[in-house]
Design a protein around this ligand. Structure first.
Ligand code: HEC
Length: 275
């Protein structure tokens, strides 16, 4: 493994350097430019396929699998959770505009009153609490199943994360800093793999680009193993031999905010299958 990773260790991490006064919009266009340079054949709308967009054979296999998704029974479970009335007779749909349709792409957002990032999972738990129900555990499969179904009500909606105001900008900057900071025994940052070396192989995996990574969560991996976005952060940090945090920690929520902003303009599709 060590030899194969040499390219990463020698690369210049901040090839696309962000100035002190960079704005989220400028950060995003700098990134798009960077990916166009290193992966000129991949169209922007195909960024949602991540590494699959780089490999037509794998993409064909994926399309076959997606025509009869192995997780359809799990989606039924998620739907049942979403539609089963609470003890007070209300349903999840009562907590969201338009019954929860075409809203997931607005998350995460920055709540100025609470001074923190609110993820879609936070909104689901706030709904449970408001209705006197027990909250779900972050990162666990029940939350995964419920949000897989709930987010699918926003399929096709374009990711539309807003960063406005000083609190929002500070949370975005924290997420960005986390993404670009080297960490763990291997001394990688998220950006070492997904920005600088996107398209290259690490063992048998081709590295996806950051843009497009946030539009399709949770994922079913290897069939029916459900993985939330923040669970995926943990998996990557384990590979980095870095300390991992808990799902719904402030750091991960800020990271998710930054990461999702970068997928703005791309259509949501939930869930998807990954090997
Ligand atoms: C050592 C390289 C490496 C580092 C560092 C790394 N990842 Fe990954 N990551 C991977 C590989 C390999 C995959 C699976 C192939 C792919 O989709 O890129 C992956 C997949 C992902 C995915 C899922 C993409 C999808 O569409 O399924 C996300 C999201 C992600 N990484 C985020 C992060 C974040 C956030 C960090 C930093 C905390 C990080 N990664 C650090 C190697 C890395």
């Amino acid at each position: 493994m060590t030899r194969k990773l040499t390219f990463i260790m020698t690369g210049l991490l901040l090839g696309i350097s962000f100035g002190a006064h960079a704005s989220p919009a400028k950060d995003r266009s700098a990134l798009i430019k960077h990916y166009k340079q290193i992966l000129p054949d991949i169209k922007f709308e195909n960024y949602i396929y991540g590494a699959l967009a780089m490999n037509p054979d794998a993409k064909r296999q994926y399309d076959d699998i997606m025509s009869f998704p192995p997780y359809s029974m799990d989606m039924d479970k998620g739907q049942k959770m979403w539609e089963t009335p609470f003890k007070n007779g209300k349903q999840f749909s009562s907590c969201f505009p338009d019954g929860g349709k075409n809203i997931a792409g607005n998350y995460p957002y920055f709540d100025n009153a609470a001074k923190r990032v609110v993820t879609f999972e936070n909104a689901v738990n706030a709904c449970l609490k408001k209705n006197g129900e027990e909250e779900l555990k972050y990162g666990e499969s029940e939350m995964g199943l419920l949000t897989a179904y709930a987010r699918s009500l926003s399929d096709g909606m374009k990711v539309n994360v807003k960063v406005k105001g000083s609190g929002a900008l500070a949370a975005y900057e924290k997420g960005k800093k986390y993404y670009y900071t080297r960490n763990g025994q291997l001394n990688f940052a998220c950006a070492s793999c997904h920005v600088e070396n996107a398209g290259k192989f690490i063992r048998s995996d081709q590295l996806s680009m950051m843009i497009g990574q946030a539009s399709h969560w949770p994922e079913f991996r290897g069939g029916t193993d459900i993985v939330t976005l923040q669970k995926r952060f943990i998996q990557c940090e384990k590979n980095m031999r870095a300390t991992t945090l808990k799902p719904n920690s402030e750091e991960y929520n800020d990271l998710e905010y930054f990461l999702t902003y970068m997928s703005n303009g791309l259509p949501m599709q939930t869930p998807v299958f990954r090997k």
